[in-house]
Design a protein around this ligand. Structure first.
Ligand code: KMH
Ligand code: ZN
Length: 280
């Protein structure tokens, strides 16, 4: 990393929906445009500065429909000041070509996963050619990528992307460690610290998320090591033992409280834009 000093504030990202949970099992999952906008508003008020979006169709199934993506970006932008990041990971069933078309919706930021990983019983496919095309497309479209690292090999692949194509748009490099996916790196402090130790010098900020029961330990580890936070129902739907999350803002509020206790209060959206090199 370029700097070893601890950041003064904490970027809180909310990933409210994801592509994996079924609305039928979890009716409080925000899947409609109205629910998404209401979630965005409440999460911004609770301390989030960035929203990582997956969207659903009228049947609540994951979709990468261009028109729906565009409408979601526009609606969240008009109702909040959140940085809008679209997932280019989609669901494990989305074809690579369709995942590239996500940038047509002109988000501020996009996720870019740095390698293929086993994903439960499925495979989340991210071959070099796809990563490389997405990287260049994001540079051309002036979209700031967030590099999703599910495994230590992904850290090394990020090195190759930077060496091959230069810095991303915005001139900063922000990565997010996604820990605890069955098949990826475990949600342990040791694995997270191994990843942080390997980060290329060009990386200017990092965040972490713990899937499922890794949620709290990874949040504490990230805060103590100078990292930022990603929370949300995409990653974790259990607030505490026997208590299912009822709204994403519960997770954001707890992350904000912990960050504030650690003397690293949530960054506002303007400071977050500056941190990530996102256009105003
Ligand atoms: N839904 C996963 C297969 C991303 O958003 O970029 C991929 C994912 C990563 O969630
Ligand atoms: Zn995602």
């Amino acid at each position: 990393m370029a700097t070893s000093s601890t950041p003064v504030g904490t970027l809180i990202t909310v990933a409210p929906t994801g592509a994996e949970h079924a609305k039928a099992d979890l009716p409080q999952l925000p899947t409609t445009l109205d629910e998404l906008v209401e979630t965005a508003r409440r999460c911004e008020a609770a301390g989030a500065a960035l929203i990582h979006l997956h969207i659903r169709d009228a049947d609540h199934a994951p979709t990468l429909d261009r028109g729906l993506l565009r409408a979601s970006v526009d609606a969240v932008r008009s109702e909040t000041d959140l940085i809008v990041q679209l997932s280019t990971g989609g669901s494990v069933h989305d074809p690579l070509e369709t995942r590239l078309t996500v940038l047509d919706a002109e988000p501020d930021s996009c996720s870019l996963t740095c390698g293929t990983t086993n994903f439960g019983d499925d495979v989340f496919l991210n071959p070099w050619g796809f990563m490389s095309d997405l990287y260049v497309m994001a540079q051309e479209r002036e979209v700031v990528p967030e590099f999703e690292l599910f495994d230590l090999g992904h850290v090394h692949a990020l090195r190759r992307l930077i060496d091959t194509h230069g810095l991303p748009f915005g001139g900063t490099v922000h990565v997010d460690f996604v820990t605890g996916v069955p098949g990826g790196m475990p949600a342990t402090t040791a694995a997270l610290m191994a990843g942080v130790a390997m980060l290329p010098a060009e990386v200017t900020s990092w965040s972490a998320t713990g899937i499922g029961r890794g949620h709290l330990p990874i949040m504490a580890a990230a805060l103590s090591a100078g990292g930022h936070l990603r929370v949300g129902m995409e990653d974790n739907v259990v607030f505490a033992r026997g208590q299912v999350v009822q709204h994403n803002d519960e997770l954001v509020a707890r992350a904000a409280e912990l960050a504030t206790l650690m003397q690293r209060p949530p960054l506002g959206t303007e400071a977050a834009r500056e941190l990530l090199g996102v256009k105003d």
